[in-house]
Design a protein around this ligand. Structure first.
Ligand code: SAH
Length: 353
């Protein structure tokens, strides 16, 4: 396990086992989770012998920033990180009036297969560790010199498909002896793994659950999201109700509008009926087209029309501000582009060599 993924207690146990003083754990934890160092060398008050022993058992494995793109429209930055095993992942930094927000990835790739999503095209490579999720935020704070106050787990991957690491990540992220981000400022987005939503509701966390609904009925959801074949839309919505009942946290329903697929007046009516009476908020996202599929977003007036229909039915709705549209903003697009470029270079070197 990488040292970044150790909780303070786990670190204390490790250090005691290695025959050193318990208080060293606090020092090391602070270097990593408050000062955001990326190597043992930077931990100035920790003895060299201990650092060498630790580096063997629990390497630092800090993700490195390979590149970033900055939007000329709104300053959004999309970062590409390389992990210790050469996998690449994306994270996004967004500036809002209420503070800075980072969108992190939870897996390398994804196996959920949503039709409109670029992150799932090559399937799942592996889960990210709690440390690899934390370091996406620490690296961005270091790079921008700005404090991050909100975290959304809405990048590549299905967070509830990497459940244990996700829970550990949330606890460490909101730990007072670390970066100390309030759980109320953390959102986890899921395509709807029903048993995991129930498990999450029992964790006694104050995070927001965002449910990727994207359709108003079972047949339409199946056409966009293969996970709907496993969990029926009504069961998913019921799980969200239970989540609210247990946690008191308002549900956020994500709805990517796809022209001709889920954006009609009947869809708006059916959706209103489906979520009626739930303490929730609907986030409309005009679909971000990917070149591998021919889905397109409805035009602006149709998006506004859809919003107004929901509002007439008493539903809270916002249209997601499309941050960084000029920088391969859609989930997984920068990573995909980078990987195909690296692939081409490999081929070139083969033909040349
Ligand atoms: N697996 C999780 C989180 C990652 S995706 C989930 O499904 O919620 C984050 C959000 O972006 C989801 O709502 C997803 O459906 C949406 N999304 C992915 N690709 C998109 C695209 N091309 N256009 C619009 N929304 C997209």
């Amino acid at each position: 396990m990488d040292i970044i993924s150790y909780t303070k207690e786990e670190l204390e146990n490790l250090i005691v086992v290695l025959g050193d003083k318990k208080y060293r754990a606090g020092q090391i934890y602070e270097w990593i989770h408050k000062k955001h160092v990326t190597s043992y060398d930077e931990m100035l008050n920790v003895p060299k012998a201990l650092k060498e022993k630790l580096a063997e058992i629990a390497p630092m494995n800090a993700p490195e920033i390979v590149t970033f793109q900055e939007s000329k429209i709104d300053g959004t930055r999309k970062y590409l990180y390389k992990l210790y095993d050469d996998s690449v992942i994306e994270s996004v930094f967004m500036r809002y009036k209420h503070g800075n927000s980072v969108c992190i990835s939870s897996q390398v790739g994804c196996r959920m297969g949503c039709r409109f999503c670029a992150s799932t095209l090559d399937g799942l490579m592996r889960n990210l560790s709690a440390g690899e999720m934390l370091m996406q935020i620490y690296g961005i704070e270091r790079d921008t010199g700005e404090r991050v106050s909100n975290v959304v787990v809405m990048g590549t991957g299905e967070p509830l498909d990497n459940y244990d690491n996700l829970i550990k990540f949330i606890k460490m992220l909101s730990d007072e002896s670390g970066i100390n981000i309030s759980q109320r400022n953390i959102t986890v987005s899921t395509c709807g793994l029903v048993p995991k939503i129930d498990e999450l509701a029992d964790e006694d966390l104050q995070i927001t659950l965002a449910l990727s609904l994207h359709a108003s009925n079972q047949a339409k959801r199946e056409a966009l999201m293969p996970i709907a074949l496993k969990y029926n839309i009504n069961d998913v919505v019921d799980a969200c109700k239970r989540y609210f009942d247990k946690t008191g946290r308002r549900i956020s329903f994500e709805y990517s509008l796809v022209s001709g697929q889920n954006d009609t007046a009947e869809d708006a009516a059916e959706l209103s009926h489906l979520i009626k009476g739930i303490n929730c908020h609907v986030n409309l996202i005009p679909v971000n087209p990917i070149k591998e599929r021919d889905y397109v977003a409805p035009d602006r007036s149709a998006v506004i029309g859809f919003k107004e229909r929901l509002e007439k039915n008493g539903i809270n709705v916002t249209i997601r501000r499309e941050m960084g549209r000029d920088i391969d903003g859609a989930c997984g697009q920068l990573r995909k582009k980078y990987m195909s470029k690296v692939g081409e270079e490999d081929e070139d070197s083969r033909t040349n060599g």
